[in-house]
Design a protein around this ligand. Structure first.
Ligand code: NAD
Length: 334
């Protein structure tokens, strides 16, 4: 059997870095591409291209000789970052996604997996903490997260069109909050589990941390090992329509804080700041279709996955590592 050549974009980022190592372990020949190299640990990719994928020439170099593309690169971050940078985020991702689809078509790529997000789901279905789990079909009629979510929903449709018109085997995966070691934990792009781990690692027992919102907003969280396993299974599934990839273990943010505090062996005082962005009120994943398509779903509970995550972030904080030196916002094209 000949070795498949695969491209992982966003290979310098959190999920992409883990995915590269997972695919290398499975015997693929892996090329990583990103505007920056991984910040916290060396890549295992056979080749790593430092490339700005808003540039068509860089996309052509990245896709040359590639069988399958896992397109994870995106200008993204936690709720503060994506709600504070609508224009830059939507612009960067639109340019990059169209350039990548064109390059995949021109290079004769067989399969293309696009990393979408639960932020595509309509606001009006997410107004209560008792979130009714979101089914794939709920995305339309649309009322997604401004900027980041709207762009993802548009690119989902572009994937459908490129698949139909150009014969590329498309996969569209809607991730629900992913966490784990080697993820951004400071600098403004971190997401809630990493931010809470960092805050708890930085206080003494009995100390106080700030929590965005009233703490009663809800989410589900997926450990990164489940995420990369799911990504590969979806690529192999032959299923072209959007699929949720997440857990359906719903937690309030206060419950999440309590679990991290328990993991850290600390008691904590919570100071809620309702002036800070908190996103939708409640969001959960309906995994019925995922189970139907794959006969599998993520299984790592938050209490289990947060143990290695907290240990890694606490080690970074205790070692006094400088804030992640990534570009704040990718403002210039080319
Ligand atoms: P990340 O920010 O760690 O990784 C994204 C990577 O894309 C970064 O390394 C960044 O440098 C790279 N990138 C951005 N602009 C680029 C450009 N112009 N050219 C080349 N590379 C560029 O994020 P992540 O958490 O690993 O997310 C990966 C994918 O999953 C993204 O598409 C994201 O939208 C999606 N997603 C993630 C989550 C989550 O909880 N982490 C949830 C939903 C969706």
């Amino acid at each position: 059997m000949t070795t498949k050549h695969v491209l992982v974009t966003g290979a310098g980022g959190f999920i992409g870095h883990h995915l590269v190592n997972h695919l290398v372990g499975k015997g693929y020949r892996v090329r990583g591409a990103d505007i920056k190299r991984p910040e916290y640990s060396e890549t295992e990719a056979h080749e790593f291209l430092v490339a700005d994928l808003r540039d068509a020439g860089h996309c052509a170099a990245a896709t040359d000789g590639i069988d399958d593309v896992y397109h994870l690169a995106a200008d993204m971050g936690g709720i503060g970052y994506i709600t504070g940078n609508h224009a830059v985020v939507a612009r960067n991702n639109t340019i990059m996604n169209i350039a990548m689809l064109d390059a995949a078509k021109d290079a004769g790529v067989g399969r293309f997996l696009y990393s979408s997000t639960a932020c595509v789901y309509p606001h009006h279905l997410q107004t209560s903490p008792d979130a009714v789990p979101l089914r794939e079909d709920d995305a339309w009629p649309a009322q997604p997260e401004e900027g980041y979510g709207l762009e993802k929903l548009f690119t989902e449709k572009m994937c459908e069109y490129y698949g139909a018109d150009h014969g590329i085997g498309m996969r569209v995966v809607r991730f629900h909050n992913v966490y784990g070691p080697l993820g951004t934990y400071d600098g403004g792009r971190e997401k809630v589990p990493a931010a809470i781990c960092r805050k708890l690692a930085g206080i003494a027992d009995g100390g106080e941390i700030e929590i965005w919102g009233d703490g009663r907003q809800t989410r589900s969280f997926m450990y990164v090992d489940d995420c990369v396993e799911g990504i590969h299974r979806i690529m192999e599934s032959g299923y072209a329509a959007p699929l949720n990839l997440g857990t359906d273990e719903l937690l309030t943010i206060d419950e999440l804080v309590d679990i991290v505090a328990e993991t850290a062996g600390k008691t904590v005082r919570k100071r809620h700041d309702v002036s800070k962005p908190q996103g939708v009120r409640g969001r959960n994943s309906d995994n019925s279709r995922l189970r139907q398509v794959l006969g599998w779903e993520p299984s790592c509970g938050f209490r289990q996955g947060i143990v290695p995550t907290y240990a890694w972030i606490a080690a970074q904080v205790n070692a006094g590592r400088a804030p992640a030196g990534r570009p704040r916002a990718l403002e210039k094209a080319g």
